[in-house]
Design a protein around this ligand. Structure first.
Ligand SMILES: Nc1nc2c(ncn2[C@@H]2O[C@H](COP(=O)(O)OP(=O)(O)OP(=O)(O)O)[C@@H](O)[C@H]2O)c(=O)[nH]1
Ligand SMILES: [Zn+2]
Length: 350
């Protein structure tokens, strides 16, 4: 028997609720996509697991869905896909500019890097740009703190990238050191983990879930042969609330097209660049370059500037089409968020 979870345990928040009309509430069931299989999709709702056969869908609906999506089900079919909080995708191979979706509606990403060989501010900045571009919130998790002789120095280097960034050093093998991260995984919060191979993502995930992933209370499925397997091992319930989305695509994600994410992750440099005398300043040797001035004054770090320019060049090579499409999607999602907070203020009578 599949365990039943409440919508909030499955990651449902007011952001999704306010997209439903009263009428829809009477005939639709909100459900979250937990697994995509060859012939069917698995959804979870507060009524349990529901399987939708791919053959019952419009072929154009399928590629636009991804794990983590919330949809409205009506009579066992997808009525519509709800607006997303965030979306991770990559450029699909091929001539045409198209996007391959990886997962949706992740609130918090644990950008995981180890405090030994893997530690690199450039890599962390790259991940920050990706997470911001997707519309999610980053938390930097520095693993293998037990193998590092100066944890505080590394933490403050990461913190210097952004004073508001949450940075946490852990020994992922010691569950006790994950208490702070666990406290952030409350009901309604969807978390994903990203980082290079070997940094300790699986160890961290096992620690957050409390047991080995294989034996957790993750959403389970009986496969056709009657065996008990996890649903593509993508959607896991975190004890005491929250959902962990763990997809292979997320683990392999490369920085592709996220110029606006780069500019957000480097808000300090981006804002300096806006103050240069010439709008097309290349920040090399032009007169009145605010970026070069900041470098000369020591308020901007040479490494950070070099990484910013490198990431922007990568964006240019990737072309702007996808970036524009994402910007459109994001502004729509911001619109929803702001109308949501307006609705909340209204409710409170402000
Ligand atoms: N000492 C120490 N070892 C750790 C820590 N976190 C992970 N490890 C070890 O590092 C190795 C790699 O950890 P994994 O959790 O498999 O790393 P991963 O990021 O999931 O790797 P991929 O599956 O390749 O993506 C394992 O031997 C872990 O036991 C830590 O905080 N401290
Ligand atoms: Zn300049």
């Amino acid at each position: 028997m599949t365990k039943i979870y409440s919508l909030s345990q499955l990651g449902w928040t007011p952001f999704f609720q306010q997209q439903l009309s009263l009428e829809e509430l009477s005939y639709c069931i909100p459900a979250r996509l937990a697994g995509q299989h060859r012939g069917h999709l698995d959804f979870y709702s507060d009524q349990g697991k529901q399987r939708v056969l791919t053959s019952s869908l419009h072929s154009s609906d399928i590629p636009s869905l991804t794990v983590g999506d919330w949809v409205l089900l009506r009579d066992g079919r997808i009525d519509r896909v709800l607006e997303r909080v965030s979306l991770f995708s990559r450029r699909a191979a091929g001539e045409k500019v198209s996007e391959q979706y990886i997962c949706a509606n992740v609130d918090t990403v644990f950008i995981t890097t180890s405090l030994n060989n893997d530690f690199s501010l450039n890599r962390i900045e790259r991940y920050l740009a990706m997470v911001k571009d997707a519309g999610a919130q980053p938390t930097v998790v520095l693993t293998k703190a037990d193998l590092c002789t100066d944890v505080d120095a590394c933490v403050s280097q990461v913190q210097s990238l952004d004073p508001l960034l949450i940075v946490e050093a852990v020994n992922a093998l010691d569950v006790g050191s994950l208490a702070f991260l666990k406290s952030g995984c409350s009901a309604g919060n969807t978390v994903a983990v990203m980082g290079s191979s070997g940094v300790g993502k699986s160890t961290l995930i096992n620690g957050l879930l409390g047991e080995s992933v294989q034996n957790t209370a993750s959403i389970r499925d009986d496969d056709d042969k009657g065996r008990h397997t996890t649903v593509s091992r993508t959607l896991h319930m975190i004890p005491n609330g929250g959902v962990l989305l763990d997809t292979p695509g997320m683990r392999e994600l490369q920085l592709s097209d996220c110029e606006s994410g780069v500019n957000e992750a480097f808000a300090d440099v981006h804002s300096l660049a806006g103050q240069c005398r010439f709008s097309d300043c290349s920040h090399q040797s032009e007169k009145g370059c605010a970026v070069q001035n900041a470098l000369a004054q020591g308020s901007l770090d040479e490494r950070r500037l070099a990484n910013y320019l490198k990431l922007l060049r990568e964006q240019e090579r990737n072309g702007a089409t996808l970036a524009e499409k994402r910007a459109r999607d994001r502004s729509l999602s911001r619109h929803y968020r702001s109308s949501q907070s307006e609705a909340q203020r209204f409710k409170r009578g402000e």
